[in-house]
Design a protein around this ligand. Sequence first.
Ligand code: EPU
Length: 303
Amino acid sequence: MGDWETFVAQDWVESDVALAPWTTYKVGGPARWLATPKGLGDLEVIGRAAVERAVPVVVLGRGSNVVISDAGFDGIVVRLGDSFGSMRWEGGEVVAGAAVSLPRLARTAVATGRGGLEFFVGIPGSVGGAVHQNAGCHGRETKDVLVSASVWDLRRGELTSRSVADLGLGYRRSDLRDHEVVVEARFVTTPGDPEDGERLLREITRWRREHQPGGTLNAGSVFKNPPGDSAGRIIDALGLKGLRRGRVYVSERHANFFVAEPGASAADIKGLVDDVIRRVAEATGIVLEPEIRFVGGFDEEER
Ligand code: EPU
């Protein structure tokens, strides 16, 4: 049996699966293939098949920073399953699987009497996503607490341990490519009082509720902040809150959040993103760069 036949025969591989439920925007079409690997051996099967057929692969974390195109993704979407969802402590360091949710990591650390990871409670993503994008909030970034990450290279079929210095982490970026799958990450913590930690968790959660449109369909900040300024402040100052494309609009609470209504399409989101980029560029000369990731085919609009 060839590598592709081996792949499609797995019971953890499905075809034509709706992806919308796996994203926070709840829009977008199906994955041609959805793979939910249970371990490194399964990742090897995926990698071999993708190489044999030159099929694109994308890894979906908790879907909190992505927009899947309405046509879906004509390739393999990888969702790391529960077997990538464990945590273990080694002294003051915690090793978390890539599928662990960041709020869970934050709360577990606090409950264990360890500090430093509280800021993760404000980021609804996964450990793998946090490493790939150097996720951050409240003045802290993943790279401040990350020691190293284990990365599976789908093309080479090998696991390497990469130190934080070796990952190219910068503001909302890393050097990691799509075929490099974070499987677990090691974080450093400090001794912490659980009560202080709980207080900090509550403070961060309260701040988010006040400043961000929680409880709506969104994917966090749409744009990266340009150097020395804030995308939200700029969009707000131009009076663009409430600006709408189809069933998606610029949040009244925070202008760098775009909120989708039920029935919204990925094209609505992309259309609004392009419109805001154009308006901001015309008014200020600043070209905003999306932080959310567009997966699948999108028609480019004239800018
Ligand atoms: N502001 C406005 N109008 C708005 C929104 C913001 O004037 O509609 C002003 C605020 O008053 C403030 C400034 O803009 O003076 C910055 O706003 P905020 O404190 O909300 O921070 P941000 O730069 O918009 C960043 C991260 C968020 C993170 C918060 C809190 C980026 C792109 N965003 O937002 O991260 O939660 O700080 O630390 O860096 C994410 O990346 O998805 C995300 C939500």
